[in-house]
Design a protein around this ligand. Structure first.
Ligand SMILES: Nc1ncnc2c1ncn2[C@@H]1O[C@H](COP(=O)(O)OP(=O)(O)O)[C@@H](O)[C@H]1O
Ligand SMILES: [Mg+2]
Length: 242
């Protein structure tokens, strides 16, 4: 079987700094993978390389066997890959509804875009805020909008970059339910998150990075106990109970 996503020796250098160093791993249809590592480990840079937002210095990324690096960004979206950003970037002056209509258009939705945008907002519990300018949203609602914008493209592979950062425990619970529902619907997930406890309730595999390289990949329990992972976190995994 061809992997849904395959990274092969992906390296990204910024001048003298190797942010991502020869990373190889593959994700099958239906997998839910947690990607962990200290700040600066290279997680966001890897996400950028896996989603066409950045080009690796060397290496290959394949989506269903086809090189993703040769695809234009909108083609990557249409091939079913969506991601959220660690730093949320909505169009601040546009109402929440319009912020969701833009990715619907990029994803080539047809028919009643307003109704579809509202339906997506409803899935993340944000329909009541549809008319508000996104600049007026709370941190929790911004995270929901970010998720809605990703869902609007109907991804088969969704990459979430620190979805729980800045959220309260109850907001994390609500968002976790949404993520679990996506999984149940067959969406493949890769999730970067420092709140390890909450992350481990969502994934069945963990990939750990340190200084740009993958240092462990496998069952969550064994990865979290791996001496290299414990050392990379300087003896203390942040938010182990979070
Ligand atoms: N555009 C960039 N230019 C230069 N250095 C960068 C750039 N993006 C990331 N880096 C550096 O690459 C390393 C990995 O960063 P990042 O991928 O954001 O890590 P993480 O998401 O794991 O915290 C860091 O040292 C960071 O400063
Ligand atoms: Mg990051």
């Amino acid at each position: 079987m061809t992997a849904l996503l395959e990274a092969q020796e992906v390296t990204r250098r910024f001048g003298g700094l190797t942010a991502v160093n020869a990373v190889s791993f593959s994700v099958d249809e239906g997998d839910a993978v947690g990607l962990i590592g200290a700040n600066g480990a290279g997680k966001t840079t890897l996400f950028n390389c896996l989603t066409g937002f950045d080009k690796p210095t060397s290496g290959e990324v394949r989506l269903r066997g086809r090189s993703l690096l040769k695809m234009a960004r909108h083609k990557v979206v249409r091939a079913g890959v969506a991601r959220t950003f660690q730093i949320v970037k909505p169009f601040p002056d546009l109402p929440v509804l319009a912020n969701v209509m833009v990715p619907l258009i990029v994803g080539r939705a047809s028919g009643d875009l307003r109704a579809q945008a509202l339906a997506v907002l409803d899935r993340v519990g944000l329909a009541a805020r549809a008319a508000a300018p996104s600049s007026q949203l709370s941190e929790g609602d911004l995270k929901r909008l970010e998720m809605a914008r990703a869902l609007a493209t109907r991804p088969s592979l969704l990459l979430l970059d620190e979805p729980f950062a800045g959220l309260s425990q109850s907001e994390i619970g609500v968002l976790s339910d949404t993520i679990r529902q996506l999984r149940a619907d067959g969406t493949t997930l890769i999730v970067v998150e420092h709140k390890i406890g909450s992350l481990l309730r969502l994934v069945d595999r963990v990939v750990a990075m340190d200084q740009g390289a993958v240092i462990a990949d496998g069952e969550p329990e064994s990865v979290m106990r791996d001496p290299a992972v414990v050392t990379a976190y300087l003896g203390g995994v942040p938010d182990a109970q979070g």
